[in-house]
Each structure stands twice: as C-alpha cells, then as structure tokens.
Ligand binder design. Structure first.
Ligand SMILES: Cc1ncc(COP(=O)(O)O)c(C=O)c1O
Length: 389
C-alpha cells in the first residue's frame, strides 16, 4: 500500500457485518477474561486499561504502518515518549549522546533528571555524522537524534548516526515529529526507536496531547513496553481515538502544510527585514543534503532570522498579527508564529545570529491571507522606533 492509503486503511475495525468505519472509543480500566487460561496467559495482549485497549491498539497499528518497525506503544505526551524511550535503555553509570538541537524539555530531562540517577549526557553537534564516533564511550547506551533540530532546523545524518551507535552497542532513538512519519522513515535508515509527539501532526487539531514510540525489532519493543509498564504510563482512550481520527487526513494535511510553508519561506526570503530562512528544503539550510537524500518532503514548521530590530518593532510585529497565533506547540491546522531563543539552549554549538529568530508554523489557511497578515505586521513594525534587541 502507498502511504496515503495506509493512513486511511490501517487500524480499522474488522468485525462484520456491522462496524463503524473508525474504531469507537472504548473506555475501560478492568477487562474481564473469558476463561481461567486466558487470565493466566495475560502477556502483552489487552489485559488492563492502563496498558491500553482496542482503541489504543488501533492507533498503534496505524502508527506502525506509517513508521515501519514491529510495534508502537503510546505515551501521554510527546515528552513522555522521549523520556520513556531513553529510560528503557539506561541505568546508573551509562551515558546518553544527545543532539544539541533537541527540543529543550528533552534536553532538560537528561541534564536535570537523568543526572540525578547517575546517567550522564553529552550533547553533540547535530551536523556530526561519522565523527560522532569520537564521542562514543563503552558506557554510551543511547544516541538521541531529532531531525531537523528544534528552532534551528539542522538536518541530521541518520544512517551515519545509526552506524556509529550500533558499532558501539548503543541504540539510536530518533524524534521524528517534524516529518510526522510521512516524510522521513528513520526505521528504514537504521533507527532502533522512533518517537513522535502525536500532539503535533498526528492529532493535527491542537486539542490533545499524545506520544508514540515505535520499535524496529522485538527486543527493543519489549524494553519499551516494560519501561512504560513500570513508569505507570497511561493514555486516555479518547485521546487515542482523536489522534487516529486526525491521522485519517494526515496525508492531505501534510501536503497542504508543505505547500503553504514553502510559499511563505520563499516570500519571506525576499523580504528586506529577513536575514535568513531556516527551512530544510532550502539549499542554504544546514544539513540540506541529508534532507534531500533521506526525506520525501517537508512539513509546515520552519524558522526565519530577522535582521536586528528594536524591541518595540518586534513587539509591534507580533501584536499586529491576526491570523498567526502566538502559542506553543505546532502541527495543528492553524498558523503560528513565535519569537524563540536558540542561544539559550545550546552547549555543544553556539547560536550567534544577532537578529531575532521566529518560528513559523504554516497552517491550512489560504496562502494569500497568510502573506497579507505578515505584510501588514511588517508594515506596522516599521512605524515603531526604539533600540535594537
Ligand atoms: C520535536 C518535539 N518533540 C517532542 C515534543 C513534546 O511533545 P508534547 O508537547 O506532546 O509533550 C515537542 C513539543 O513541542 C517537540 O517539538
């Protein structure tokens, strides 16, 4: 099956003759076993609500069809998917190698939380490929990648990272949220685990939080299952259902996000106020060659670096936007624009651009309206005076 067909056809009810097109929400804590033997067998089937029921299994099946691999398990947020995936493979005395450009709370989990339990983290330049081998030590158990990187969009060399990780006996975990699993297939490039914040594109409507963890092989899947089981992780059936509902239109939505983002990136690239556009599909973007080799498209999230502007002008710009909302997260149907500070979240590399960085999410609105919104905000910006930020 082709990608768009899989998104429509996977995780569907199969009972005949009467069944709904999409699975129903099944809320349950207790499941009753039909026989004593079924009760004793238990295993990884549907046994208890915390471990998910048929609604969860349907979504997991759909995500596995999208990402490849052998099994997907759900987490209550994208961040917990990241954390549980790492926890599954480390113990006191181990080390994690993490890209310097990961989502900041993923970074903080390692720096602040894992450190308390004797697990060290070393951050690496996201553009390191084979050279990551220089940082590998016998106690490195996880190499963590997020491609492209949060805020600055560096595209990583996943096959090279997989080779380095595996040569040292470590697992490669990839945060694949940006591509939604539609445009990048890390499992096929050597990743052991793929995580997604389904909160973004899978759900797609900015109304639920969820995470997904897909394993490339059975042993890895077993470790992920036990990590989630022992943490006591649980996802509501309603959120699993909403996410699967969102996935039915993922193929169409991603094409529309991609088209609008590329049009905005092109338009913004010609504006006098803009210093650089950070979009993996642009030649000038760091790691573009990896994007061209490994991705089949681009999503709706990208960045721009403005030329230095007075704070009053930046405020005026944001306060004049009517369609672009100012809010965290992304991947919903609506456009967003926020001021971000990459320099605060880097240690292995440095972000030195003097002007402000804006993260833009291109939603599904008409492109003419989105451009008019930005044009108006730039016009208002120019009317303000003040000192450069
Ligand atoms: C790349 C990436 N990974 C993970 C997360 C965490 O997802 P959630 O907000 O569902 O915890 C985010 C959230 O913005 C993200 O951007």
């Amino acid at each position: 099956m082709k990608e768009k067909t899989k998104l429509v056809a996977s995780g569907r009810p199969r009972k005949r003759p009467f069944h709904p097109v999409n699975p129903a929400v099944e809320r349950a804590s207790t499941y009753l076993f039909p026989t004593y033997d079924d009760y004793i067998e238990g295993g990884r089937k549907i046994i208890y609500g915390r471990l998910g029921g048929p609604t969860h299994r349907a979504l997991e099946e759909a995500v596995t069809a999208l990402e490849g691999g052998v099994e997907t398990r759900l987490a209550p947020s994208g961040l917990q998917a990241v954390n549980a995936a790492i926890l599954a493979f480390v113990k006191a005395g181990d080390r994690v190698l993490m890209a310097d450009t990961v989502y900041d709370p993923s970074r903080k989990f390692c720096e602040n939380f894992l450190a308390r339990f004797g697990v060290e983290t070393t951050f690496y330049n996201p553009l390191a490929g084979e050279s990551l081998a220089d940082l590998m030590t016998p106690n490195t158990k996880v190499v963590f990648a997020e491609s492209p990187g949060s805020l600055t969009f560096e595209v990583q060399d996943i096959p090279a990272l997989a080779a380095v990780a595996h040569a040292g006996g470590a697992k490669l975990i990839v945060d694949n949220t940006w591509s939604a699993g539609v445009y990048l297939k890390p499992v096929s490039l050597g990743a052991d685990v793929v995580v997604q914040a389904g909160t973004k594109y899978l759900g797609g409507h900015s109304d639920c939080l969820i995470g997904a963890i897909t394993s490339a092989d059975e042993d890895t899947a077993q470790s992920i299952y036990y990590a989630l089981l022992q943490i006591g992780s649980n996802v509501s059936a309603d959120d699993a259902w909403l996410t699967l509902r969102g996935m039915r239109t993922l193929g169409a939505r991603m094409q529309a996000h991609e088209k609008n983002a590329l049009a905005l990136a092109k338009w913004l690239g010609k504006r006098a106020e803009v210093e650089t556009v950070l979009h993996p599909a642009l030649k000038s973007s760091p790691g573009h060659a990896h994007w061209k080799r490994d991705f089949s498209g681009s999503s709706g999230l990208f960045g721009i670096v403005l030329k230095p502007v007075p704070t009053a002008q930046l405020k005026a710009f944001f306060n004049s936007l009517r369609l672009f909302g100012m809010g965290f997260s992304w991947g919903g149907f609506e456009s967003l624009c926020i001021h971000v500070r990459p320099e605060k979240y880097r240690t292995a590399t440095q972000w030195t651009a003097p002007g402000p960085v804006l993260r833009i999410h291109a939603g599904l609105e008409d492109i003419d309206d989105l451009i008019a919104d930005l044009e108006r905000a730039f016009a208002v910006m120019k009317t303000q005076k003040g000192n450069a930020t």
